[in-house]
Design a protein around this ligand. Structure first.
Ligand code: COI
Length: 354
């Protein structure tokens, strides 16, 4: 057990917080004053240190840069109604991080380093947690292979780093998405369920093509002729069909989204029917045309709940009912928000109060 008092903290003499406009928080742009780092060498993780956020030095040959051993998490801390700070579903994020590390053959980060490290770092940068509506402190724990070696091998050395930054909503408007029918994000047996950097890098090219064609995101499929939907870029995806939430079941090609799990839990408890089942592009098109599909939205830590206004399938645009009519999405989103900000009881034990 790493005792939190052992995490040494050196505070910045020059906070950058006064440069931040907390009412205009572009996602990913602002970084809080401090970061936490720990190194894995000779079979051991070092006691983490918290220090001013800044550049780090490493050799051009570190294995992560060449062979891609890198995984990350995305988490959020919220300012609660009573002024306290809560960290959302820390242990679920840790479990996913561990699964990703295992798939990428990387050294496990001990729970104490992850958990105590997060709590201490958020305490140190507590004044960076926004209290503006819809905003949060986004926290990025990540690890990468740091052994200096260009032979193709599993690294024997790693670094674990956590930094954070205040963020507003990831998407500022309802999305136009295209069912991707040429490229795939993941395949059975691959790394699709892991939060490894390569999954995101490999998605850029198809996403760029979709953006050039006027769409905001792609809907990934399994690549089969029936185009079964998997997830969207940076989000899991859900459809409301005949009043039930329909979402693709988890598999080794779909990310086990923490927001996905939270939304499904809340929906089931609210008496909304949830169907975790495969859904083809054809079923999507038919359901929209027959007026059975009333809502579509993405879910993710960054995206929270992002409504979809249009789905392009095989070159044809299908427009969804107005977002204002998204009653299921809005109800569950508000319930999630209420738990995160402490205006509803945390009956699932999702919040770690800092
Ligand atoms: C998240 O939702 O936390 C993500 O990781 C998506 C993206 C910002 C990489």
């Amino acid at each position: 057990m790493i005792k939190t008092e052992k995490i040494s903290i050196s505070r910045t003499a020059r906070s950058r917080i006064k440069d931040i406009d907390f009412h205009n928080l572009e996602f990913g742009k602002y970084i809080s004053d401090h970061m936490l780092t720990s190194e894995y060498k000779n079979g051991e993780w070092s006691v983490p240190v918290i220090l001013p956020y800044g550049d780090i030095v490493f050799s051009p040959t570190i294995l992560a840069l060449h062979y891609g051993q890198m995984v990350f998490e995305g988490m959020k801390a919220f300012k609660m109604e009573d002024g306290k700070i809560s960290l959302f579903r820390k242990d679920k994020h840790y479990a996913r991080f561990s699964k990703s590390l295992e798939r990428m053959c990387m050294s496990q980060v001990p729970y104490e380093i992850f958990s105590d490290g997060l709590i201490e770092l958020v305490k140190v940068d507590a004044n960076w947690v926004p209290d503006t509506p819809g905003a949060a402190l986004y926290i990025r724990p990540f690890s990468f292979a740091s052994e200096e070696r260009f032979g193709v091998k599993v690294s024997d050395e790693y670094r674990f780093i956590i930094f954070s930054g205040p963020v507003g909503p990831y998407y500022s408007k309802a999305l136009k998405v295209r069912v991707e029918d040429k490229y795939i994000r993941a395949a059975p047996g691959g790394t699709g369920f892991a939060k490894c950097g390569g999954n995101y890098g490999a998605a850029f090219y198809p996403l760029q093509l979709a953006k050039k064609a006027g769409f905001d995101q792609v809907l990934w499929t399994d690549g089969s002729p029936d185009l079964y939907i998997e997830e969207s870029g940076t989000m899991n995806v859900m459809f409301v069909i005949d009043g039930a939430i329909v979402t693709p079941p988890l598999s080794d090609s779909i990310l086990d989204g923490v927001t996905r799990d939270s939304i499904l839990t809340l929906a089931k408890d609210s008496g909304i029917k949830v169907e975790e089942r495969r859904i083809s592009a054809k079923e999507l098109a038919d359901s929209i045309q027959k007026g059975k599909l009333t809502e579509a939205f993405g879910t993710g830590t960054a995206a929270v709940v992002a409504p979809i206004q249009l789905i392009n399938i095989k070159g044809k645009d299908y427009t969804l009912p107005p977002i204002a009519e998204n009653v299921v999405m809005t109800k569950i989103k508000n319930e999630l928000e209420a738990i995160r900000t402490g205006t509803a009881p945390d009956k699932y034990g999702w919040n770690t109060i800092i």
